[in-house]
Ligand binder design. Structure first.
Ligand SMILES: [Fe+2]
Length: 336
């Protein structure tokens, strides 16, 4: 009955040509011919995942959240309406445009358009990336994750948690209020953070190969697009960087995000600082301070600030030999 994954990201933009070259040349996506004032892109077996639409204004963008089937979409619509949220059953023409069987749309408490759908269409052809990459980690984890800032987090939290079914992975209270929330095994598909206005801060796309992140970093540096340097997050363990796009939001390219299981309990974070790197992240999240404002206190270092790499079968090889440090850790954690 609840949301299962981020299915698509729809971006209103007047910079269709900029996005077209950026999406294939930098991001590694495959262009799909949609015609008109739209540019659609694949990143896996789905017919489309990212869509750039000249029919929406710059700054208008929304996510399509996927549910299992028609019954679950009806149940979600009923739950929203019971809570007083106006729900529109979109016509077949919109569902066809979204490459989905059925689509509903509504607004979150910050006024953002939200879509939900079932029956995402699979392409006949294999995914052919726009540049040489090993592919994106999607499947049941959906296309990636996003961070959304909202002016009233106390209104947004119950909407996403209680109505759409997102579960809290970890969170931090004031003065930096943020909730990381999952709908599948991805550590978070959506994070909401308190800020003075609503916007998408970034969209994250995860590669199978760490080398693909590094090569994307090289390209982004050549184009002077790096907004947040290479680093490793302390909560989802993602090794990543963030780049500027033709729109106002950033895109994070990452590798090695941790998974959460059904028994996961919400955890309070002591810090949002990364294990290392990610210089520029807090500046990119922040609002412009008044000229006479004191500088913000530095974020404390995360503790502990090491974690094992999160690897997938096929993207690592075990080395021969021993590591005295790791053997000591294993001995120390062995029950007596
Ligand atoms: Fe992220």
């Amino acid at each position: 009955m609840s949301v299962q994954a981020m299915g698509y990201f729809w971006v209103g933009t007047s910079k269709l040509d900029d996005w077209a070259s950026f999406a294939s040349g930098q991001l590694g996506l495959e262009a799909v011919d949609r015609g008109g004032a739209m540019r659609a892109f694949r990143m896996d077996d789905r017919k489309q995942r990212l869509i750039f639409d000249g029919g929406f204004a710059d700054g208008e963008q929304f996510f399509g959240w996927e549910v299992a089937d028609a019954a679950d979409l009806d149940a979600l619509a009923a739950r929203l309406e019971k809570a007083g949220v106006a729900v529109r059953r979109e016509p077949t023409a919109i569902a066809d445009q979204r490459c989905a069987a059925e689509v509903i749309s509504f607004r979150d408490p910050a006024g953002n358009r939200v879509e939900a759908f079932h029956g995402g269409q699979i392409a006949d052809q294999l995914f052919r990336p726009g540049r040489h990459i090993g592919g994106f980690r999607t499947g049941t984890q959906g296309l990636g994750h996003a961070v959304l800032t909202v002016p009233d987090i106390d209104a947004a939290l119950p909407f996403y948690r209680d109505l759409l079914g997102f579960q809290i992975t970890d969170f931090m209270g004031p003065p930096v209020s943020v909730y990381f929330m999952h709908v599948n095994s991805r550590h978070h598909s959506l994070a909401i953070a308190q800020a003075s206005h609503t916007r998408v801060h970034h969209l994250m796309m995860e590669f199978y190969s760490l080398d693909d992140v590094g090569q994307s970093y090289d390209l982004a540096q050549q184009e002077d697009r790096v907004a947040v340097k290479f680093g490793r997050h302390g909560n989802d363990f993602m090794t990543s960087f963030y780049m500027r796009t033709p729109s106002q939001f950033l895109i994070e390219h990452g590798w090695g995000g941790r998974e959460v299981g059904p028994d996961w309990q919400p955890a309070e974070l002591k810090s949002l600082a990364s294990f290392w790197g990610h210089q520029g992240l807090f500046e990119s999240l922040g609002e412009a301070p008044p000229p006479d404002a004191a500088p913000p206190p530095p974020m404390p270092a995360p503790e502990p600030n090491h974690a094992p790499l999160q690897v997938i079968e096929g993207n690592y090889e075990r080395m021969n030999g021993v590591c005295p440090w790791w053997d000591a850790v294993k001995r120390a954690s062995r029950p007596i």
